[in-house]
Ligand binder design. Structure first.
Ligand code: G16
Length: 545
């Protein structure tokens, strides 16, 4: 094998965000942009030398090109073996599953998650470590530091590897296995859930379902698991063929972007009883019933309250964790179960230590992510199977299960308002201003809500004692209502301000209000305290979830 060392000039903007490096495809197409970042990863992850690497992506534009480059750089950096998904496809949870199952030293995932794809869309790279989870901040900081001064990268001279069939080949001494993207992951799911029970519901025609793969990576997984193994009817999976531009859509499983799915569920008599969707790389999920949406924070709480009913969790759960902006519905469940509930910064990587240290079994985020200790990523198909199994056990639809939960624990009304593509300086000033207000807000009253606590959230990891600061401004009121402000770490254009608003209502008589109505006063308070309208010159949020 001939290896070339290529001189290169560093880029100064390769700082990973909440989940890896995300940029426009056109930025990745700059000379050596991808190569620099990949070499920076290999420079930091020296544990990969002589070991196995898992590689795959969500199939978006630039996926195949990046895989060929990464294979050649991997060979030149002494990697012994790479497992690549057929057609370059691996969902984020499948990569985590494969790393753990085959004891790989790490994995590279090519995805910009729920961001749009195509030549004018977004692309991204994430590195996962040997526990199967996202690399911690110490790793991504080190990668960024190297990328700012990198002077050369190493790359093998070799032909491109055929990705369109399962086979084994070599670049020099490095073995490459192009593997079935689905089978190992499907096998793991079968160990966690009662497939026999779910299958009998589908076979008896007692349940119909629609799963929207949004032309992203979960299509092949959903076809095999739901239609083939579990016998859901053909056509249960819609938009099941992965496309480089996701069919022009936005592969974000929420009410706004999964509109075809929502329309099917709400079509009246004969419409499917259960609906779900997943995102670009298969780690997010949305759960809906007929004319009924399950808020992701509620979904986590319902999972925690019912996990013991499912085979994989029959001995109960050790503890739970949620990110700061996720509603505190799961806290109530943890309290009643007598288990710990951890509050972490936004980003799945913060759950890794808690899972590895066996402090928690379940974790989740408001951003349509939930997961468990079965892998170290959030997991879209897993969440759908969890709900299917729950429906099979309880013999009740999604809405009844959720309403029964509210009746027992009370309801956390919850919404997130996103203001997108704001000028970065304006957004930073807005957050800075809120930060400066926190202390003086305590004790003040706003539309009848009295501030009990206000700060900029800081997290001390209980396992390695690392401290992560400035993770979001939180304002907590005396009645336990909350407002949280933070800037997104996954956008690729300007800044996105996220405002999270939550109100707890115990009285079942008040569980039927429209969410935005129930939260109207708090929304006004959030807008007034932040000055969003005047500072950003915006009248309305771009997205409300
Ligand atoms: C990523 C992270 C999640 C995080 C989400 C939203 O999800 O993995 O942990 O909650 O971003 O982040 P932000 O609010 O900073 O945009 P994904 O699905 O995009 O990889």
């Amino acid at each position: 094998m001939k290896t070339n060392t290529i001189s290169t000039t560093p880029y100064t903007d390769q700082k990973p965000g909440t989940s890896g490096l995300r940029k426009k495809v056109t930025e990745f197409q700059q000379p050596n942009y991808l190569e620099n970042f990949v070499q920076s990863i290999f420079n930091v992850a020296t544990e990969l030398t002589g070991q196995l690497l898992i590689l795959g992506g969500d199939g978006r534009y630039y996926n195949d090109h990046a895989i060929q480059i990464i294979l050649k750089i991997a060979a030149a950096n002494g990697i012994q073996q790479v497992m690549v998904g057929e057609n370059g496809l691996l969902s984020t949870p499948a990569v985590s599953c494969l790393i753990r199952k085959y004891k790989a030293a790490g994995g590279i995932i090519l995805s910009a998650s729920h961001n749009p794809g195509g030549p004018d869309g977004d692309f991204g790279i994430k590195f996962n470590i040997a526990n199967g989870g996202p690399a911690p901040t110490s790793f991504t900081d080190a990668t960024y530091e190297i990328s700012r001064s990198i002077g050369e990268y190493h790359i093998a001279e070799a032909d491109d590897v055929a990705l369109d069939r399962q086979h084994t080949c070599y670049i020099g001494d490095m073995q490459i296995d192009v593997i079935d993207s689905v089978s190992d992951y499907a096998e793991l799911m079968e160990q966690l859930f009662d497939f026999v029970k779910i299958k009998s519901l589908f076979k008896a025609g007692l349940l119909s379902m629609c799963f929207d793969a949004m032309h992203a990576v979960t299509g092949p997984y959903a076809k095999v698991i739901f239609e083939k193994i579990l016998s859901a009817t053909d056509g249960t999976v819609i938009n099941g063929i992965p496309l480089q531009d996701f069919g022009g859509g936005h592969p974000d499983p929420n009410l706004a972007h999964a509109e075809e799915l929502v329309a099917k569920l709400n079509a009246g008599p004969g419409s499917p009883g259960f609906g779900a969707a997943s995102d670009g790389d298969g780690d997010r999920n949305m759960i809906i019933g007929q004319n009924f949406f399950v808020n992701p924070s509620d979904s986590l709480a319902i999972m925690a309250a019912n996990a013991h009913l499912l085979p994989g969790y029959k001995d109960g759960i050790r503890g739970v964790a949620r990110s700061l902006p996720t509603s505190r519905a799961v806290d109530m469940v943890a309290e009643s179960l007598g288990i710990d509930c951890y509050e972490t910064p936004t980003g799945w990587k913060y759950f890794g230590n808690l899972l590895d240290d066996r402090r928690i079994t379940l974790c989740g985020e408001e951003s349509f992510g939930s997961g468990s200790d079965h892998i170290r990523e959030k997991d879209g198909i897993w969440a759908v199977l969890f709900w299917l199994n729950l429906i099979a056990v309880k013999e009740k639809p999604v809405e009844d299960i959720t309403r029964a939960h509210w009746l027992r624990f009370g309801r956390h009304y919850y919404t997130r308002h996103d203001y997108e593509a704001i000028d970065s300086d304006v957004a930073n000033e807005l957050i800075q201003n809120l930060r400066s207000l926190t202390t003086s807000l305590i004790g003040t009253e706003h539309a009848g809500y009295k501030v009990k606590l206000s700060d900029d959230f800081s997290y001390t990891d209980p396992v390695d004692l690392s401290v992560t600061e400035n993770q979001g401004i939180r304002i907590i009121f005396e009645d336990e209502s909350r407002i949280v402000f933070r800037l997104s770490g996954t956008g690729t254009e300007g800044a996105t301000l996220r405002i999270y608003i939550e109100r707890y209502v115990a009285d079942p008589e008040l569980h039927d209000m429209p969410t935005q109505t129930a939260l109207a006063k708090l929304i006004d308070v959030a807008n007034a305290i932040s000055g969003i309208k005047t500072r950003c010159n915006r009248d309305q949020p771009d997205v409300i979830t």
